[in-house]
Design a protein around this ligand. Structure first.
Ligand SMILES: Nc1ncnc2c1ncn2[C@@H]1O[C@H](COP(=O)(O)OP(=O)(O)O)[C@@H](O)[C@H]1O
Ligand SMILES: O=C(O)[C@@H](CO)OP(=O)(O)O
Ligand SMILES: [Mg+2]
Length: 416
């Protein structure tokens, strides 16, 4: 197999794996079992449009009102008479608040006979938000931006978000009470911490005010007195009106990748579904495993596919453009320079990696060489967190557009 054929194979495995975790089927199957009548549908997150459409297709006639809030560019047209909103991500904006207020207007009227069907996917933290009284949107945006660049993981970031919000950390379910809420979650959080996915609007909160304060201190983020005051108010730890079902996660996409790669003749193994270290360290480590396979045929014999799922972090210190998958791919490209018969592909299953239009990167032994031949230093790009521009120059960006799902990041290494 030539180098470009191997790249094509990697892209095919990735795309088919993502296809297999589109939420449609899981939403439909779960709803058929639940037999709900007369629901208020609220769908929030990057996969919100697709989840709402699937629910509409199976519940048709049993939905009294439908509202969808998703990221800009992620809705795919009208669904019946649903209200469909797009808003800012990963930082909430005015449209986030406008759409969330609309949801609150509707649920606050409900009584114990009513049911809210809440369809939730990652991205919801930015898309569904009304800050606590005294906390301005501007300050919340600043704190979110600092946390996202600090290297803090999603559990830490969302511990702070929950305590500054009127709808996160179970507070949305509290507002819905005495009505009932049935939540279907597509998980993009490692270990399926459902109180962390989209900051758990309908989950009893496992985090505390004290932890939120400690996290801000740990990452040296200073906040106003109003924010300090808001943080002290504790989130609900028990909720009696909630039922939650998990539909999909990073395990499922990794299992699909393993199956597809095996069918294509690769000795395939999932090495982890909880990759959570610094992106560039992960890239280097994965490259070292691929070289072990290439030169020593272990832990798998060639042809081999190694599969990783997770969510790495990036301490963004430079002023470049990129995302954690692109950064991982660029780092791997540096470590794989000159090695033949290896391809590494790292993507966000939602189709966007960091504030860019790429889903991730696809690199091989030629990628770093191509950059050097152009007079560019890949290490400098990596240090400036400018993986997007490095991979763009080398023709190594992978673009899928919004995929309709969101189960975190998938990394595949092929070795022949
Ligand atoms: N220049 C950059 N290089 C690498 N990563 C970046 C850069 N700028 C932002 N990021 C990372 O992108 C993350 C947000 O990306 P995004 O793909 O929206 O995350 P998610 O898919 O988890 O919502 C931030 O947490 C930040 O760490
Ligand atoms: O909304 C969120 O809190 C996170 C985790 O679920 O999602 P994303 O990383 O896609 O923004
Ligand atoms: Mg995330």
């Amino acid at each position: 197999m030539s180098g470009s054929e191997l790249m094509k194979t990697a892209i095919e495995i990735v795309k088919n794996s993502i296809e297999s975790v589109l939420p449609d089927r899981a939403v439909k199957d779960t709803l058929k079992d639940l037999n709900l009548q007369d629901v208020f549908l609220v769908s929030v997150g990057k996969a919100a449009w697709r989840m709402a459409k699937a629910a509409f297709d199976v519940l048709n006639g049993k939905i009294r009102k439908g509202i969808v809030i998703t990221k800009y560019g992620h809705s795919e047209g009208p669904i019946d008479d649903f209200e469909i909103y797009e808003a800012g991500h990963p930082i909430p904006d005015e449209n986030t608040m406008r759409a969330t207020r609309r949801v609150m207007e509707i649920v606050e009227e409900l009584n114990e006979k009513d049911t809210v069907l809440f369809l939730l996917s990652g991205g919801g933290s930015a898309l569904f938000e009304l800050p606590m009284e005294g906390v301005s949107l501007e300050e919340l945006q600043k704190i979110t931006d600092s946390l996202l660049k600090s290297g803090a993981n999603i559990e830490e970031i969302n511990t702070v978000r929950k305590h500054l919000s009127q709808v996160k950390g179970g507070r949305f379910a509290e507002k819905i009470f005495p009505a009932r809420v049935v939540t279907l979650v597509l998980s993009d959080v490692l270990g399926d911490r459902i109180d962390v996915v989209a900051s758990g609007p309908t989950s009893p909160d496992a985090s505390t005010s004290e932890e939120a304060i400690r996290i801000l201190e740990r990452y040296r983020i200073s906040v106003s007195n109003e924010v300090k005051k808001a943080l002290l108010k504790e989130t609900p730890k028990h909720l009696s009106n909630v039922e939650i079902h998990v539909l999909g996660n990073v395990q499922k996409v990794c299992e699909a990748a393993k199956k597809i790669a095996t069918e294509k003749g690769f000795n395939s193994e999932i090495l982890t579904t909880t990759l959570d270290c610094e992106a560039k360290e992960a890239g280097r480590f994965i490259a070292s495993i691929m070289k072990e396979i290439k030169f020593r045929d272990r832990p798998l014999e060639k042809p081999a596919a190694v599969i990783f799922g997770g969510e790495t972090v990036v301490h963004v210190k430079g002023n470049g453009l990129g995302g954690r998958n692109q950064e991982l791919a660029l780092s791997a490209a540096i470590a794989l320079e000159g090695v033949e018969g290896v391809v590494l592909c790292s993507v966000g299953t939602d189709g966007t990696d960091g504030p860019t239009d790429a889903a991730g990167g696809i690199v091989d032994g030629r990628t770093a060489k191509i950059l050097k031949e152009m007079g560019e230093d890949p290490v400098e790009y990596l240090e400036n967190n400018d993986s997007y521009n490095a991979l763009k120059k080398a023709g190594a960006l992978l673009k899928t557009g919004p995929t309709g799902t969101n189960v975190n990041d998938l990394i595949i290494g092929l070795v022949i």
